[in-house]
Design a protein around this ligand. Sequence first.
Ligand code: ADP
Length: 249
Amino acid sequence: PEEPRVVLTARGLGKDFAGFTAVNNVDLDVEHARIHALIGPNGAGKTTVFNLMTKFLQPTRGQITLLGQDITKTRPDRIARMGMVRSFQISAVFPHLTVLENIRVALQRPNRLATQFWLPLSALDRLNGRAEELIETFGLAEWTDTRAAELSYGRKRVLEIATTLALDPQVLLLDEPLAGMGLEDVRMVAGIIRELGKTRAVLMVEHNLSVVADICDHITVLQRGEIIASGSYATVSQDPRVRTAYMGT
Ligand code: ADP
């Protein structure tokens, strides 16, 4: 098997909000072709760590690297071009556009092609080919011409993840990708994330522990802003501190 390759790291990461320490001393190693979950009880600091990693928040302490480059001070809009994208909530999808149109918009955005009225035919071919490929990968072929507004909640989420994949990122960050979904959608989206995790690094915040157990290779457990356990699901779920944290103490 291939040697694991670390693509995203945090060292001594910390964030204070007006004197309150929300995150402290967090080290992370996110590896290529692995799915890494951040879990922990409410208020543990998961969202803050996620926003620090995506550069939506500036850390108070510590260092972050992406593909070997220090990104501690890099602005979030530059991160995508470096190969890391985050999923947004469903609002990132245009409800009045069809599945195909949403994907085409996403594909055109990074290239400045959107500002060009006339596309060379070769570029158009490439764009359509890539759009088809994404629609196929994400099992959306049946809904190609359906407006996003008419999709089920789970499929909207899938479309939203598909649009973030337009840039073909090496590192994908997902913020509670299964939140608010019914069982069927959870299964579908979890299956897609599992597939994505075979060819790129995924870092996700997720509450659904059975899915985390099922698809994640590495789990980091946070409590009160600090890491209390890290490793496989089997390892962290047996950790007494994790058990206590989840009992609500
Ligand atoms: P989680 O995502 O695990 O529920 P958060 O990262 O949202 O936890 O929050 C961690 C802690 O930081 C909480 O105590 C929360 O109240 C606090 N916090 C988060 N964001 C802010 C903010 N912008 N200003 C002040 N406190 C914040």
